[in-house]
Design a protein around this ligand. Sequence first.
Ligand code: UGA
Length: 439
Amino acid sequence: MKNICIMGTGYVGLVTGACLADLGNRVRCVDIDAEKIKILNDGKLPIYEPGLQELITNNVSRERLSFSEDISGSIRKSEVIFISVGTPSDGDGKVNLLYVEGAAEMIAQNLNDFKVIVNKSTVSVGTGKRLMEIIEKKSPSKAEFEVVSNPEFLREGSAINDFMHPDRIVIGTNSERAYGIITEIYGPLYLIETPFIKTSIETAELIKYASNAFLSVKISFINEIANICDKTGADVHVVARAMGLDGRISPKFLHAGPGFGGSCFPKDILGLVQLAKERGISPVLVEAAIKVNNAQRKVMVEKLKKLVPNLGGKTIAILGLAFKPNTDDVRESPALDIIKILLEEGCTVNAYDPVALDNAKKAIPEINCYDNMMDACEGADSVMIMTEWNELRQIDLIMLKEKLGAPNMVDCKNIYDPVKMKEEGFNYLSVGRPLLEAD
Ligand code: UGA
């Protein structure tokens, strides 16, 4: 059992805190945002993440997990401090370290005893060293401490499972003492052998960027192949499946669609570009992935225009607003990017999402939000599926056709079978499966 302080109650901090408490540690989660702490102490969650509410409630009731505004006190009572604060992108893609450095200063002021400071926030290479300098310089006590880079690989929507069953745990440190403490914390995740990667702080920091950038490149690659499929009559699902059966390629992250979104890939890939450029390297491949991703939103609108040639004055129903299923996060969501284009074209946009309506409405007030998907589709000139929520996978197609003003569907997530959709009487377009376009 360790006394742990988690600084930052965003999505990474909350999941990490709740999971570490569940493993038997005493975890104090702190935040400078008093409103967030109040929500959490009222037994609610500021974000939607499956299973998190139950995990938090359970561990709070067992007194292993608490939320507090008392940052100083919580740091002082803890041996291990995780920094999981926001690292927003500046306009040029550079990572803003304001909150991370602020956290380091708070730790320095309250360094009453030996502590391991674990950075989980995604930061540019060299930040770990910078944190060491800040703490060394600003700590009145000059007590001992070690800094560790421990990047997170949690996916929104399946974050608890990812935390509890990690593919690897990267521990960047040059201290054996800190390494021992961190492996003690994560060791219980595996009964036989935990997949630890012990490395330097800089390498750990780059592993995070390299992993997210590689997955982004993979998605942009399959989207480019999908666009070629559209023009050649090939089927991207079969191409991806056959590619994925090659163990060197792997089948994961080969799902074509409207491009990647979320709070990580778009920001991190820009961060890597910036990092490379600052060191005189031109990251051609990574920049190309960004370009393909931005263009993919427009490719989806072009598909819609094939079904509804003059968009001005038309009503389009959007099903799914979150950047992926099982989250209410709409940051960099492909749905929102496409909605912006549709609004510019003069469309009326009706939308439905099981949990992300409020966040989407805050981001784009012009969206007409509906609690029921069929109401959103009523009289629309086309429907676009933007997120592969489970409940959108088995839509009552007969009812949908009756509701729509015209039986047009652009399925940006390739949920439905083109042959079946044709039989059901839909004008149906998807991504890289051009069966009907060739007809
Ligand atoms: C991503 C990484 O997968 C995590 O490992 C990482 O920890 C996290 O970023 C982070 O840096 O914090 P996340 O953004 O939650 O996690 O979601 P993903 O499941 O990776 O999806 C990202 C985007 O890629 C979504 O828009 C998704 O729809 C899209 N995607 C994913 C595709 O278009 N095709 C695919 O085959 C897979």
